[in-house]
Structures are given as structure tokens and as C-alpha cells.
Design a protein around this ligand. Structure first.
Ligand code: HEC
Length: 120
């Protein structure tokens, strides 16, 4: 087959593939919410503002996700890293042995949508 025809075939094939390819799955916000309520809310609060009973005895206190500072500082990558590995010297423990990477990402995505009012 001449090289030019092969190239055309390949382009056609990849166009078909792209047309059929699904976009990256959206983060599972329902799953993220369940995880948040079950494992994070006790410290971070129903509204994500860190105003919880346990916050009284935590130093540093749990992060207030609704603050402008949090919105500025907390990238999705940083959040995933902090939840995965924890924040040494604080009550924020590493969750990597209790939650899958997908669950951690889902919880972070839920926090961003629900409390930080970010699109992603
Ligand atoms: C026992 C209380 C507690 C629980 C439970 C808890 N956190 Fe935290 N979290 C904290 C504290 C305290 C901090 C503040 C750490 C600091 O100032 O560095 C924090 C900080 C964070 C931060 C910001 C970290 C950063 O990089 O500044 C994120 C994101 C976070 N928590 C997410 C979660 C998620 C998601 C869960 C549930 C899977 C969770 N937390 C469960 C206490 C908790």
C-alpha cells in the first residue's frame, strides 16, 4: 500500500476512534459525598467550614474549605496528596490504607464542588 493511502486509513481510523471515545469520566460526586459524610465530616463539618465539636480540641484545626484562602491554596493535586499521605503533625491522617485512589479523588472532587464552589 502506498504510504499516503496508509496515512489516510490511519487518520480515518483514529477519527472513528476519537468519535467513539468517551471523555474522561466525571468524578463520582455521589460516591465522594458518601465518603465525606462517613469519614471526613466529623472534623471538617457538614458545611465544610471546620466548625465541628472536635475542632475545639484540634491544633491546628481542620481546614475550612469555604474560606477564600483554601480556594486559593488547595489545588486538586494538593488535596489528593494531603488526603492520601496525611498532614504530619496534625489530626489529618493518611487515608491511603483505608480509601482507594478513586475514593480519595471522589471525596476531593465533592469538597471542591460542594464547599469550595469550584468547577473542578
Ligand atoms: C480527625 C479529624 C479529621 C478527619 C476525620 C479528616 N480531616 Fe482533613 N484535616 C484535618 C485537619 C486537622 C486538617 C488541617 C491540617 C493542616 O493544617 O495542615 C485537615 C486538612 C485537610 C485538607 C487540607 C490539607 C492541606 O493540604 O492543607 C484536606 C483536603 C482534607 N483535610 C480533606 C479531608 C478528607 C477528604 C477527609 C476524609 C477522607 C478528611 N480530611 C478527614 C482533620 C481531619
Amino acid at each position: 500500500m502506498p504510504a499516503i493511502a496508509l496515512k489516510t486509513v490511519l487518520m480515518f481510523a483514529s477519527a472513528l476512534f476519537l468519535a467513539g471515545a468517551k471523555p474522561l469520566p466525571a468524578p463520582d460526586l455521589e460516591k465522594g459525598k458518601k465518603i465525606y459524610v462517613a469519614t471526613c465530616q466529623a472534623c471538617h463539618g457538614e458545611k465544610g467550614d471546620g466548625q465541628t465539636f472536635v475542632a475545639n480540641v484540634l491544633n491546628p484545626p481542620p481546614r475550612n474549605f469555604t474560606s477564600p484562602a483554601a480556594k486559593k491554596e488547595l489545588t486538586l493535586e494538593r488535596m489528593v496528596r494531603s488526603v492520601t499521605r496525611g498532614r504530619p503533625g496534625t489530626a489529618m491522617m493518611p487515608w491511603k490504607d483505608n480509601l482507594t485512589a478513586g475514593e480519595i479523588r471522589a471525596a476531593a472532587a465533592f469538597i471542591r464542588r460542594e464547599f469550595m464552589e469550584l468547577r473542578e
